[in-house]
Write a protein that binds this ligand. Structure first.
Ligand code: ZN
Length: 108
């Protein structure tokens, strides 16, 4: 995957902070098995999360209405040079001590 093409965001998912990278679907090859869980957001939208059936790690996700993209948690990449998120969302729920990446677009 081309990390430079990723539209990244940090969102809350029942954890304090998570960084997700979004890639054009045509640039993603998915193989192997995953367990699915569909989460309904506050706005009624759906997000389908795919988990490793062995360890439970989120391996990728899909957002309803944005089928052209596949999301991957940045932590799934063994790359300490992975670029920082460019967008920070759900900040109205953010803990006071969480610091969005410098220069990130901030969406309440
Ligand atoms: Zn696993």
């Amino acid at each position: 995957m081309a990390a430079r093409d990723a539209a990244q965001s940090a969102v809350g998912q029942g954890v304090v902070q998570v960084a997700l990278a979004r890639f054009p679907r045509e640039n993603v090859a998915i193989s192997g098995n995953s367990t699915e869980f569909v989460r309904v957001g506050d706005s009624g939208g759906h997000a389908k999360f795919h988990f490793c059936p062995v360890c439970g790690s989120t391996v990728f996700y899909e957002i309803g209405g944005h089928e052209a993209f596949v999301g991957v948690p940045v932590g799934a990449f063994a790359d300490p040079g992975f670029p920082a998120p460019r967008v920070s969302v759900y900040e109205e729920r953010m803990h006071s001590w969480v610091a969005p990446p410098p220069g990130a677009e901030r969406i309440p």
